[in-house]
Design a protein around this ligand. Structure first.
Ligand code: GYE
Length: 311
């Protein structure tokens, strides 16, 4: 009887929580690591995580959110594939009093439709990448090709903007080609092949800026197949810091990457837990760090460290 009473009067803890997670898909190594880490974080806290993979489609995400609402989950994690089109479904979650936390991408919607967003500063990431290139090329003329992320996604929009801000006023640096590679390795390679063909077999390209590492890894392959040396003939800078990029860096075939932690769920669950206990809303934005790595940072060592972190 004592045990029963103790259970009945214990306030809701993370142990009792059911959380729905609408994930975008598995387009990149970073995304797969985020999924792994989210599952690990939920398990560690005794959270029952309902996982739904949307295969890159917003309509699947909307369906998943509606199903989470119907199941009466305690909270929803949403990694939103694109920025727009979320208002109605988020209103439904709000009416059902289910807090929604955004993971890794932001949306264009009234702020009261979600509890908080755990993301990096994606404009800043683009700026860090651009600043590195400006510093590295100095006064040399540099034609840049850009591989954009998924069209309409916050990282594709913001990383483009931040990079353009960084190179603005440096007239020797110019983006000569820019196209989406959808954050995937295969598309990154395919689009890079077309860039190389269009730019004198690649001889007129000085640098590649890719909105994520997976596209850069695909592009590096394309550069090699075109008979050029990535990391030397064509400099590379990208974002995420996945293990394979460090492998390329250790081989001298990639130059720089901006780190994005795959652990968005840890801070998200902490914020949710505090909110459920205190009813005090967390800040609307929980920002993760953006650190630059170059060949000077012992890429082989970072590669080995990264392998244990959800990758
Ligand atoms: O950089 C990329 C991914 O949303 C910020 O999505 C994230 C991006 C990440 O697929 O690899």
């Amino acid at each position: 009887a004592t045990i029963l009473a103790a259970c009945m009067f214990t306030s809701a803890s993370a142990k009792d929580l059911v959380v729905g997670f609408s994930q975008i898909g598995s387009e990149s190594g970073w995304r797969a690591a985020e999924t792994t880490v989210t599952k690990q974080q939920a398990e560690k806290r005794g959270i029952d995580l309902k996982f739904a993979d949307a295969q890159q489609k917003q309509e699947n995400q909307i369906k998943a959110i509606r199903s989470f609402i119907a199941q009466g989950v305690d909270a929803i994690l949403l990694a939103p594939v694109v920025e727009t089109g979320w208002d109605s479904v988020l209103k439904e979650a709000k009416e059902a009093k289910i807090p929604v936390i955004l993971l890794d991408r932001t949306i264009n919607a009234p702020k009261d439709l979600y509890l908080t967003a755990v993301t990096s500063d994606q404009i800043h990431e683009g700026k860090v990448a651009g600043d590195w290139l400006v510093k590295t090329v100095g006064d040399k003329k540099c034609n840049i090709v850009e591989l954009q992320g998924t069209t309409g996604s916050s990282p594709a929009i913001a990383r483009k903007k931040g990079f353009e801000e960084a190179i603005k006023g440096h007239d020797n640096l110019k983006i000569v080609r820019s196209q989406t590679g959808d954050f995937t390795r295969a598309k990154g390679k395919e689009v890079m092949e077309s860039f190389l063909k269009a730019e004198n077999g690649g001889k007129d390209i000085c640098a590649l800026y890719a909105h994520n590492d997976d596209m850069a890894v695909g592009a590096i392959q394309a550069i090699k197949e075109a008979g050029l040396k990535p990391g030397k003939d064509i400099l590379t800078v990208s974002i995420d810091s996945v293990p394979d990029l460090f492998k390329a860096m250790a081989a001298g075939e990639a130059n720089a990457t901006v780190e994005l932690t795959p652990n968005m769920a840890g801070p998200a669950f902490d914020a949710l837990d505090a909110y459920l206990k205190t009813k005090k809303e967390p800040p609307k934005w929980i920002q993760t760090e953006s650190k630059l790595y170059t060949q000077a940072d012992d890429p082989q060592k970072v590669y080995e460290e990264k392998k244990g972190q959800g990758y």
